[in-house]
Write a protein that binds this ligand. Structure first.
Ligand code: ACO
Length: 429
């Protein structure tokens, strides 16, 4: 039964009823859109801790109970039973694809995996040790200049840009992997399986031949699914806000990649693995490291822990942890680091500091261990997250564009500076 909510705001003795916006499941919202006009007040909510910026029917999170659903389907089911392109179709179009629809998407993406020679030159212009997230953001923005027929807000252009982004992001990221090891770029082949082709371009020798280990391919597919969307997170909100100015989808996704690169967001997978290595190198016990994290003066955080929305175990982290044992055993990954990570998790989860603040492992706590076992160097972890998040960014951009209520994103502020001053000329200062 729907809650009966009646929200009134009294300003200067005058009561106003605030409109309630209903969710199908989860938190209803109180509309503040006319507050300024009606009362001269603005809402204050740094970090958007309690602000719903839009209506969305893509992804649902129940942070208290560790629930994540894409279009109503449980993440655990999708991770174990689906494939990444199937999930991409689901997020973007709202329904799981039929066999024909999936084959058509597979074929279209495979056909567009090659990239323009200019993109290859562009990638080659950066220093070899450039961080791949910086290069990726630039390359995705640059796609609009190489494929102008896909730029615009028309349905056909958006449909083409959707396929180009899924296809060319995979090739660009696999090229970034090749460049990091000094390998020449090789051409994509048509008709392959998306994840296998990504792995082949990333890791094959110059003849392009490689045996893809099905364990690796399946594990990477699963990791991409787990990262595919997460409602209004920092990078997705960035994509929406950039898109709200009617900037093209490449510009919006490029900005989202910039947001994802931060260590408090997608960059946490890289930061978590570095943290494990630093603990080992320092000779500290995990107990000593946890003590440093709790001492705010040290300024250290337990990377891969905590989340704005999850106040219980991140269900994506639970899936990764559950498959990590198996995958690491098959790939011969660092069990020593995995054991240390599990000890770190156990100590944190029984410590009052973390219990009180409801800090649990998030998806990034264990993913770096798997990427590393697959052969990816640490700086490639966040680009892999970006590849996974691509369908989510695309789906949100499309939803934002199709929503007649979308307005340009433009927050207000509480001004705290000087009121008014007389100008002082340079010689008098
Ligand atoms: N280690 C230690 N303490 C932490 C951590 C952490 N990882 N995360 C939060 N806290 C503490 C804060 O110091 C704060 O303590 P206080 O109340 O005594 O001041 C309290 O918990 C609340 O933290 P906030 O920073 O206010 O929470 P917020 O929702 O703003 O931040 C965030 C969420 C950024 C994810 C934070 O938990 C964090 O920095 N985690 C580490 C980085 C990380 O793993 N990011 C990946 C997030 S998932 C993703 O993007 C895919």
């Amino acid at each position: 039964m729907a809650k009966v909510v009646d929200v009134r705001l009294t300003v200067d003795g005058k009561a106003r009823e605030l409109a309630i916006e209903r969710a199908t499941v989860g938190n209803d919202g109180v509309s503040m859109a006319t507050l300024l006009r009606d009362t001269g007040l603005v809402t204050v909510d740094p970090g958007f801790m309690n602000t719903a910026s839009c209506e969305s029917s893509i992804t649902y999170i129940d942070g208290d109970n560790g629930i994540l659903r894409y279009r109503g389907y449980a993440i655990e089911d999708l991770a174990m039973k689906s494939t990444f392109l199937e999930v991409a179709y689901l997020l973007i179009h709202g329904e799981l694809p039929t066999e024909d629809q999936l084959e058509s998407l597979n074929n279209r993406v495979a056909r567009h995996m090659h990239v323009h020679e200019g993109i290859k030159s562009f990638l080659g212009a950066f220093p070899r040790d450039a961080h791949p997230m910086a290069v990726l953001s630039g390359a995705i923005s640059a796609l609009s200049t190489f494929y102008p027929e896909s730029v615009g807000r028309g349905a056909e252009q958006i449909e083409l840009a959707t396929v180009l982004l899924l296809a060319k992001a995979a090739t660009v990221i696999s090229y970034l992997q090749r460049r990091s090891t000094g390998e020449e770029l090789i051409e994509p082949r048509q008709g392959g399986h998306y994840v296998d082709e990504f792995m082949r371009i990333a890791f094959s020798n110059e003849t392009g031949e490689i045996d893809i280990d099905p364990t690796v391919s399946r594990a990477l597919d699963l990791l991409l699914i787990l990262h595919a969307d997460h409602e209004q997170n920092c990078s997705t909100s960035t994509v929406r806000i950039v898109g709200s100015s009617h900037a093209n989808i490449y510009a919006a996704v490029s900005a989202g990649i910039g947001a994802l690169s931060g260590p408090l967001h997608g960059g946490a997978n890289e930061a978590a693995l570095k943290m494990f290595d630093d603990i080992k190198a320092s000779g500290d016990t995990v107990e000593q490291f946890v003590a440093k994290v709790k001492d705010k003066a040290e300024g250290a955080r337990l990377m891969g822990f905590g989340h704005r929305v999850y106040k219980s175990y991140d269900p994506r982290g639970a899936v990764v942890k559950a498959v990590a044992d198996d995958v690491l055993a098959k790939l011969g990954g660092s069990n020593e680091t995995f054991d240390m990570a599990k000890r770190l998790e156990a100590i944190a989860l029984s410590d009052e500091y973390f219990i009180e603040r409801k800090l649990y492992p998030n998806v990034d706590f264990y993913t770096g261990l798997l990427y590393s076992a697959m052969g990816f160097p640490t700086p490639m972890f966040t680009p892999l997250f970006a590849l996974g998040r691509m369908p989510g960014w695309i789906a949100h951009y499309r939803e934002m564009l199709a929503d007649p209520r979308t307005k340009i994103g433009r927050p207000r502020q509480i001004y705290t500076g000087e009121v008014e001053r007389s100008y002082v000329s340079l010689d008098a200062r």
